[in-house]
Design a protein around this ligand. Structure first.
Ligand code: C2O
Ligand code: CU
Length: 483
């Protein structure tokens, strides 16, 4: 009787109550579990298994974002999000990029340790790619982790119109207990009642100051999609915040998450958390263990997070993703390792110290800056190749700022945090934190900025120049003469 039952699909749901549950690794995710969350996959033009060579074209496309309405959004290859670029650590990615947008753009590969001329910072590492122009990006994938790509020209407007995509670097050595991989690229879009994009500068000065949050929440480009899960069968979520300004605090009733790390892959230890917080530009990597009774529904919610003046006032939580637990019997989850990775603290004994004060001045316009200077007036910080620096990042403003550095991972000097390598860190309003960075390779000009993109464009941005003192000629100053 039992044997006959095992042969029939789905019959484990009618096993007697006292049958021992299966282990999570003995079952698969439900059929079509993540179909509604599928992202486009680019075509690989290169036969070498270690090279992913793709075409990427930025162009306007008419897509259905809000149900029943057509929106002219800005896309990579006509999809939103852009195609998910995914390869293994050690691989190389070649991107033949074409700009078919009505204005100039560049692509920045957020978090990747690329060579300087591939970093996509306009007029700093490359001239802007004009409308109709092309550029070949070559990226060596040196670090496993969850990354993303987006424009760095008029970035708040261009990202707000839909230009972003996931870039995942897999480590084949990751333990299977982390569960089946699911990338969740979170974005929001400002749409009017007719489903048209509201102007990129909506709200004027106030929009610059607060940062423009879109009215429609998207998960992998969809409004409130459904994910199917089975009780006990783990999933590894790689969450990317690709919004211009919105902070995410993600909660699921009756659930906790086991955080594995974020920006640069695994942290030193796993961490049991209730609120999955991901600020603009940041990533979070976490195991989700479904625990709802079979045959029930739940809702993953965006919950208001304090990020400064008025950010939580009179705001309700919003649904992001429907979680449908299938009727099959629960399975026993696999234990998640406590220790994940060795992260040696950066040696700061001979470090140079610097203070970066994030500043906002409000006069007839809103002007933001670092140490009181907006990026269009800022002189770069000069750093000698090989130096270690400690940056005290001070935020006396009324808003929180997610601080991002290009080109190098840093460590936050705070014993209360699980050690990890980061490229973006939230500096809460009226607080400060300290990071350590080793400028040990890849001389050149690298940007740093607030990843509330409206703040960056309002001036809270600058760049460093890492120079090799032994190089025959100094690294050229930022120029529009590349190539
Ligand atoms: Cu994702 Cu300079 O940014
Ligand atoms: Cu900011």
């Amino acid at each position: 009787m039992l044997a006959a039952c095992l042969a029939a699909a789905g019959c484990d749901s009618i096993l007697p109550e006292n049958a021992p549950p299966l282990a999570a690794h003995e079952v698969s995710q439900p059929d079509g579990w993540a179909d509604e969350l599928a992202m486009a996959v680019p075509q690989d033009l290169n036969p070498d298994p270690h090279v992913l060579e793709i075409e990427l074209e930025a162009k306007v496309a008419n897509l259905e974002i809000a149900p029943g309405k057509t929106t002219a959004v800005w896309t990579y290859n006509g999809t939103l999000p852009g195609p998910m670029i995914r390869a293994k650590v050690g691989d190389r990615v070649i991107v033949h990029f074409k700009n078919s947008l009505p204005e100039a753009t560049t692509i920045h590969w957020h978090g990747l340790r690329v060579s300087n001329e591939m970093d996509g910072a306009p007029s700093v590492t490359q001239p802007p790619i004009e409308s109709g122009g092309e550029f070949r990006y070559e990226l060596d994938l040196r670090d496993a982790g969850t990354y993303w790509y987006h424009p760095h020209t008029d970035s708040s407007a261009q990202v707000g119109r839909g230009l972003y995509g996931a870039l995942i670097v897999d480590d084949p050595a990751d333990p299977p207990e982390f569960g089946d991989d699911l990338v969740l690229l979170l974005s929001d879009m400002g749409l009017d009642e007719d489903g048209q994009l509201i102007p990129a500068d909506s709200g004027g000065n106030f929009g610059d100051l607060f940062g423009r949050e879109g009215s429609v929440l998207l998960v992998n480009g969809k409004v409130f999609p459904t994910l199917k899960v089975r009780n006990g069968k783990q999933q590894r979520w790689r969450v990317i915040n690709a919004t211009r300004a919105r902070y995410y605090n993600i909660r699921l009733r009756n659930h906790r998450f086991m955080k594995l790390g974020g920006d640069n892959g695994l942290a030193a230890r796993s961490e049991d958390i209730y609120n999955l917080i991901v600020t603009p530009g940041e990533r979070a990597d976490a195991v989700f263990t479904p625990a709802d009774p079979p045959g029930t529904k739940n809702v993953l919610r965006w919950v208001p997070t304090e990020r400064g003046y008025g950010s939580t006032y009179n705001r309700a939580s919003e649904p992001m993703l429907a979680i449908e637990t299938i009727a099959d019997a629960p399975v026993t989850p696999e234990p998640i390792p406590a220790e994940l990775r060795t992260i040696e603290p950066i040696d700061i004994t001979n470090a140079k110290h610097r203070t970066l004060d994030l500043t906002i001045s409000i006069a007839s316009t809103v002007e933001m800056g670092v140490n009181g200077v907006p990026y269009w007036q800022a002189k770069p910080f000069e750093i000698a190749l090989g130096d270690t620096e400690v940056w005290r990042i001070v935020n006396n403003t009324d808003f929180s700022h997610p601080f991002h550095l290009h080109g190098y991972f840093f460590q936050v000097l705070d014993e209360n945090r699980v050690p990890e390598w980061k490229d973006t860190v939230n500096v809460p309003t009226k607080s400060e934190l300290t990071i350590a960075v080793r400028f040990d390779e890849r001389p050149g000009a690298w940007m740093y900025h607030c990843h509330i993109l409206d703040h960056a464009e309002a001036g809270m941005m600058g760049h460093i120049v890492v120079r090799d003192p032994n190089a025959p000629e100094a690294t050229p100053a930022p120029a529009a003469h590349h190539h």
